[in-house]
Design a protein around this ligand. Sequence first.
Ligand SMILES: [Zn+2]
Length: 111
Amino acid sequence: MPTAPGLTAVRFSNAPGLEATTDPATGVCTVGSALWRRLSALERYFLLLHETAHQVLQTGDERACDAYALAQYRRRFPRDVWPTYTLLTHVLDASDPVHAARLQQHLTNLL
Ligand SMILES: [Zn+2]
């Protein structure tokens, strides 16, 4: 399947439970409106970097995308990385072992 090189557009949806997803063929990212409204500007930035990472790396590996997005984020805001973690706390359920491991990995990457 052809893959767009990055995000080509960001759209918003009121679909229940939607957080963010990107169509790999078109690069169109769709973000849940309810989530977007809850996020700070820097959390939004990290979310879009994460979605871009799926396109650039051509992978569904969430941890790889978190790490790639964090590296990009750090170039711009090296002293304000905490929003990258709080964004994940908005979309992950710490009682889910897979999600908890992803949160722990991100904390490790922050140090
Ligand atoms: Zn993802």
